[in-house]
Ligand binder design. Structure first.
Ligand code: CA2
Length: 155
């Protein structure tokens, strides 16, 4: 069974309660329910967490790496600013998929740059809450494929 840490950064605890025109009306608790449903079909264990604090996110990324888990991360605004998160992801060795609810490329210029994209397996954005499910499926598949390749051949 794969384990995936689904990490959420600053202000994402406000989802569904403020700025619904930008981020929709789905709450983070609703997203967690959707993610857990998808994880059940994939056979993945989920650690679903949110923090407004950069260092806490760093600690969780390190924890994921130590457990051999994958990461789906919506780092919120830290995506665009945090060398600490970038270093944590690259140092953890955890396969990581960066996700966003909104299409950051259709928004302000400062959201077009991600410091964590270069150390992530890939990036998914613009699909609303579905970005989480696509991210989970992507990281799960990457982990299954890596595990398959690491196994000695049967022939
Ligand atoms: O689209 C995304 O998922 C973002 O990661 C959301 C971040 C933003 O800084 C990124 O550029 C794109 C902001 C999350 C803040 O969420 C709020 C939700 C409701 C009310 C206020 C903020």
């Amino acid at each position: 069974m794969t384990t995936v840490f689904v990490l959420n950064g600053p202000n994402l605890n406000l989802l569904g309660r403020r700025e619904p025109h930008v981020y929709g009306s789905t709450t983070l608790a609703d997203i967690e329910t959707l993610v857990r449903g998808k994880a059940e079909t994939l056979g993945a264990a989920i650690m679903f967490r949110q923090s407004n604090h950069e260092g806490q996110l760093v600690d969780w990324i390190q924890e994921a790496g130590a457990q051999g888990a994958g990461i789906v991360i919506n780092a919120g605004a830290y995506t665009h600013t945090s060398i600490a998160l970038r270093d944590a992801i690259s140092g953890s060795g955890a396969p990581t998929v960066e996700i966003h609810i909104s299409n950051v490329h259709a928004r302000e210029g400062f959201r077009h740059r991600s410091l964590i994209a270069p150390v992530s397996v890939g990036v998914i954005c613009g699909f609303g809450p579905m970005s989480y499910l696509l991210g989970l499926e992507a990281v799960h598949q990457v982990m299954v494929e890596r595990a398959r390749q690491a196994k000695p051949s049967q022939h």
